[in-house]
Design a protein around this ligand. Structure first.
Ligand SMILES: Cc1ncc(C[n+]2csc(CCOP(=O)(O)OP(=O)(O)O)c2C)c(N)n1
Length: 366
């Protein structure tokens, strides 16, 4: 195990004190430690490509290396600026990557993580990025040497961190709820109000897992769901693609972190979606499922945003008051609508995980 402060101090010793990244559950201890940092020294980015790019900008202005953290699933989002800007044979910009290694072959994980976990090292090798798997404090020495070379050669260096490597800091408590409406209560009432055979596409994070849990708990059988177990930020695009050649209603349940990861997609939906596309944003202002880091979405005016992007109607739900009426109004109006629901973080202790993905797909398509 490694103390996060040991890693942070190693980077500090090398003149690295600027962090940017997208939260990951493996790296949540790092996120917690960075919480207290000066806001300019720790930027939570909306996607990993942006994080790499912010880091590139930091180097251009300060000549100092940035530390960029991400889950390995986001490494693919990062590839474009890593290859086309920062790569040694392009602009040769030195960067430090801290990568949460989901699906490492040593650790049992979900199908989508196993696929990426297996090829993560190979991706780094293809990019000529030197890396160290950090498992114990002694691995930090190797990483330290690689950082020195990266500084000298102006190259990119990475460390891979598996689940359970970073020691828990018991003193740090997760942030409180930003909004109050109980998410389970909302989802239960949503499911109560949909017609039989309604199709739902839900985002990665807790939304899909909560949907599964609630359907099972209350024995709801009226929807067919497609759970986005990965592809964070692409929920609305999958729902749009589905809705275009299908007259049936499609409900898209998205998270705030997921929405802002590829915010441009909601513009495409606003431009091209038909009235059967029903977009619901479950906004808890956090990346709840990976540690509760802020998404900073609380100050977005979603009414102005959605209307300027082509949605005809905006609905907002903030409390239990008239909940069923408000849900029905949104679901059954004949307009392209956007619903923002301001919800609490998940309160359910043990959420299920979608595992039999081919069965889920086949049932959804039937
Ligand atoms: C490309 C990518 N980057 C990062 C992650 C890690 N990740 C999983 S869920 C999640 C947060 C999603 O936030 P939100 O959509 O608000 O849902 P919530 O966690 O609040 O349920 C993150 C960052 C991921 N799965 N994929």
């Amino acid at each position: 195990m490694i103390k996060v402060t040991t890693l942070i101090n190693l980077l500090k010793k090398n003149g690295i004190d600027f962090y940017t990244g997208v939260p990951d559950s493996i790296l949540k201890e790092l996120s917690f430690s960075l919480q207290s940092k000066n806001k300019k020294k720790h930027i939570i980015a909306t996607n990993e490509g942006s994080a790499v790019s912010i880091g590139i900008g930091h180097y251009l202005s300060t000549k100092k290396l940035p530390a960029i953290y991400m889950q390995n699933s986001g490494l693919s989002n990062a590839l474009n600026p890593l290859i086309s800007i920062a790569h040694k044979k392009v602009y040769s910009i030195p960067l430090i990557l801290i990568i949460g290694w989901r699906g490492s072959p040593r650790i049992k994980d979900e199908p989508q993580h196993n696929v990426k976990g297996k090829i993560t090292k190979q991706i780094l090798k293809l990019l000529n990025i030197k890396y160290t798997v950090l498992r114990s404090t002694s691995d930090l020495n190797k990483f330290h040497k690689q950082i020195k070379v990266a500084k000298k050669d102006k190259s990119i260096v990475a460390c891979l961190i598996e689940q359970g490597t970073l020691e828990k800091n018991k003193k740090i408590k997760a942030k409180k709820n930003f909004y109050n409406l109980d998410k389970e209560f909302f989802l239960k009432n949503l499911l109560k109000n949909i017609k039989n055979q309604t199709k739902i596409i839900s985002s990665t994070g807790y939304n899909s897992r909560e949907l599964m849990y609630i359907k099972d708990k209350y024995k709801f059988k009226n929807s067919k769901d497609f759970y986005m177990v990965g592809g964070m930020g692409h929920t609305s695009s999958v729902a749009l693609g589905y809705s275009l050649f299908n007259k049936k209603k499609i409900i898209c349940i998205d998270g705030d972190g997921s929405l802002i990861m590829h915010l441009g997609s909601i513009k495409t939906a606003g431009t091209f979606a038909n009235k059967n596309f029903k977009y619901i944003l479950l906004n808890n202002n956090t990346h709840d499922s990976v540690g509760g880091q802020s998404t900073y979405t609380n100050n977005i005016d979603f009414e102005k945003l959605s209307k300027s992007l082509g949605f005809k109607k905006f609905h907002s739900i903030k409390s239990k008051k008239n909940l069923n009426q408000n849900i029905k109004k949104f679901l059954y109006e004949k307009n392209l609508g956007f619903l923002e629901v301001q919800v609490s973080k998940s309160k359910i202790k043990k959420l299920p995980r979608p595992t039999d993905l081919i069965k889920i797909k086949n049932e959804f398509m039937s």
